[in-house]
Write a protein that binds this ligand. Structure first.
Ligand code: HSE
Length: 444
């Protein structure tokens, strides 16, 4: 039986998990693929450091470069995370003609364009199933399963930490800070939580999916991002009263041909690529994706709507995705195929990201206002002048002259018009706090 020799860089949670998964299911994979995996070397920063996953000392090394140089090693797995040393490792390996598997979304987000170009230049391949949504094989779905489709929509709950926090806020009526502190205590959120709760981790992932679905490299700087820090218990309660659940969604939308920046023969209509908290109708399946689970909803022009659900993080989910890449990479080696499906081939026309100002959405707005005659009229006048329509209003009964929440549901409006109108509204003397605006998704 053919053998593929692996060099693993990193034995942290992911590296250790992959090593363990190969020990557990390597023989099963060999029987399915006709290829045996041999972990030849594992590079670690500190050989002496004790780890829960035991790896024989004979295959440990502190010198990752020796793995890249070793002609016996067929395939390299970069599992250290970070964007500096990881970039150097991946580049060196690709330049040496070795295929690379990575689980590193931050690396791909920051340097993907360069790394995929180098892989192509050196006639080898970069595999990245574990970089998005852990155990959900979404890269394979977009690369292969749906290859006969134009992808018109992707909606992803791709950050488990945020989903866990929002789920507990909803079910327990708790405030954000309380749940975050608890999530940190339980190990669901990092001590420095900003990568997750400010939406950057979701941005990395949604950028990778957008690039893959639309055939051009989406620069992370062009992706609009808002995290969940400012979501309050009140917003979750009002959303619930209106029949919605708040989720942090990564959204990739191909605009219709008559939308702003429309398509021409050479230029595709622009793509909305963004990450923000969203009111999801309770009748939509994504509203029921709870706790640390991820889900990705993909619409193709042939297949229609599809849904992928599973654990987005954790040792085993990530290891499962890396095993899938191992199988692909080994089959490519066996069959001598360098680049079966190039990672980001241009599609039918040149793509571009839609400017956030032009993104059209419905909105939930929570204002804190003084309950007195004329308040609603002043607010409605500003919205009316901006050609923005109100679809419903809730104001809990309060006491005249005191401050009350005023909830407005707003019809479709461009982001620029909406933000300008809210700026004007916030300057009204009857408005007592910064307006809160959350977009509402209808999944049309
Ligand atoms: N921190 C991520 C999450 C997992 O909470 O989903 C790694 O991407």
């Amino acid at each position: 039986m053919q053998q593929v020799n692996l060099g693993i860089i990193g034995r942290g949670t992911v590296g250790g998990g992959v090593y363990q998964a190969i020990q557990r299911n390597g023989a099963l994979m060999a029987s399915r693929l006709g290829i045996r995996f041999n972990v030849a070397k594992v590079a670690v920063r500190n050989i002496k450091k004790a780890r829960s996953v035991r790896i024989p000392a004979s295959i440990l090394t502190a010198d990752w470069e020796s793995i890249v140089r070793d002609p016996q090693i067929d395939l390299l797995l970069e599992l250290i995370g970070g964007t500096t040393t990881a970039r150097t490792i991946v580049l060196r390996a690709l330049e040496a003609g070795k295929p690379v598997i990575t689980a590193n979304k931050a690396l791909l987000s920051a340097h993907g364009e360069e790394l995929f170009a180098v892989a192509q230049q050196y006639g080898t391949n970069l595999y990245y199933e574990a970089s998005v949504a852990g155990g959900i094989p979404i890269i394979k779905v977009l690369r292969e399963g749906l290859i006969g489709n134009r992808i018109t929509r992707i909606y992803g709950i791709v950050n488990g930490t945020c989903n866990y926090i929002l789920t507990r806020m909803k079910f327990e009526g708790a405030e954000f800070d309380e749940v975050l502190a608890d999530a940190q205590r339980l190990g669901y959120a990092e001590a420095e939580p900003s990568l997750d709760i400010d939406g950057h981790d979701a941005l990395h992932k949604i950028g990778i999916l957008a690039s893959l679905a639309h055939g051009f490299w989406v620069n992370p700087k062009q992706i609009y991002v808002e995290g969940i820090r400012s979501i309050s218990r009140l917003d979750i309660q009002f959303a619930s009263q209106l029949g919605y659940t708040i989720k942090l969604l990564g959204i990739v939308k191909k605009l219709e041909a008559n939308a702003p920046g429309k398509a021409s023969a050479k230029k595709c209509s622009p793509i909305q690529v963004s990450v923000y908290p969203t009111l999801v109708p309770n009748s939509h399946v994504l509203a029921s994706v709870n706790h640390v689970f991820n889900a990705i909803y993909v619409r193709g022009d042939v297949v229609g709507d599809t849904l992928y659900y599973g654990r987005g993080a954790g040792q085993d989910a990530t290891a499962s995705a890396v095993l899938s890449d191992l199988a692909d990479a080994a089959l490519d080696l066996k069959c001598g195929s360098k680049s079966r499906i190039p990672p980001f081939v241009p599609h039918e026309c040149d793509g571009a990201v839609l400017a956030m100002d032009d993104v059209v959405s419905r909105y939930y707005v929570r204002l804190t206002v003084i309950d007195k005659p004329g308040t609603l009229a002043k607010i409605a006048a500003i919205l009316g002048q901006s050609k923005i329509g109100i679809s419903s209003v809730i104001q809990p009964e309060g006491h005249e002259g005191e401050s009350v929440p005023l909830i407005l549901m707003i019809h479709d409006a461009p982001n620029s018009a909406m933000t300008k109108a809210l700026r004007k509204i916030s300057r009204l003397p009857v408005v007592k706090a910064e307006p809160k605006m959350i977009r509402v998704e209808s999944f049309e």
